[in-house]
Design a protein around this ligand. Sequence first.
Ligand code: TRP
Length: 361
Amino acid sequence: MSAKSLGAHADAQLRSLGAAIGLGSATAQVRALLPDLLGAAARWPLGGPRWPSDVADDHSPVEYSVAFNQHGVPTLRLLVECVADDPSPLANQIAALTAVQALSAKVPLSVDRLAEVAGPFLTRTPADPFSVWFSLVARPDTSPMLKVYLNPRARGRERACELVATALDRIGFAGGESTIRAALRGLSTVDDYSFFAVDLDDRPDPRAKVYVSHSAATPDDVRRAGAASRDGDPAEVAEFCAAAAGADGPYRGRPLVSAYTFLPGDGAVPSGYSLYVPIRDYVDDDGEALSRTMSLARRYGLPDTAVRAAVDAVRGRDLAEGRGLIAHLSLRTGPPHPGMTVYLSSEAYGVTEARRRVGAA
Ligand code: TRP
């Protein structure tokens, strides 16, 4: 068993990822926040999870992503679950809320915004393993920004619509949940609210994102889901989905995920739409995932060499040895920043085996 800690592993990956994408001094700021974000998990040795986080397939509580856009340096993001010393769904929730307090002394952050929106999702008897996840967003020359991901299923799946509707209502997007629901095939049967995200930065007006997962969806379902947004590009998203998954669907592996972005002034109709494709379930290995990712980057006029550099910065093995280093690809359409995002696993606790190609020895 390795004596290296998860915190040290993630710190080294962040340092090379930040350098690979040209994040400059923002990288150091992100690295300095890792102990607060990860909680006790930062200090634990690699070698196996003491808390089976759903953030990543190997149950490590961290995932990186790089959001590419046509102009300028990409944005680095971390998705993190804060883990308590003695982890449980409630203990982790408390650890995360305590971490927000600590983080508020270090980054511009509105604790009031969290209080305003989190109420519906926080219960002392969470029905699901996760209550609060963090996303830290870093761009060159600015302070990192914190977002929280809350769990619409915290009070059971049957109450997810109500929780999402109440939270959207509270921050000026009344009616937003009905808009989304009207575009879906059937909540709780094939579609499910999976996350409610809100920016905790100190801007005066809230921004929120509502995520829906779609089981066994087709590109047509995606087109319909995307059409509920004001400025998304449903046709492009449907093509992206077929190209990223390498087939026309229905996608019966891990579900596609839609995200609706609500920006200030949007009211009941979200302006942006993104689609997440869990590419790792639709490839044999990461070599295939990388070549698909690079050709999509070229299609969108994004720097494919930077995509490769980001993957190389995080990987600790040959691409052909496993799948899931590239976990998801997403296409963001409409405001605020259209582009493609590549999600990268830390593989701190393990690697998912490559699928054997048909005909291979
Ligand atoms: N690992 C989980 C999943 O794949 C949660 C998750 C992490 C996720 N990053 C994501 C879900 C990006 C959608 C998009 O479902």
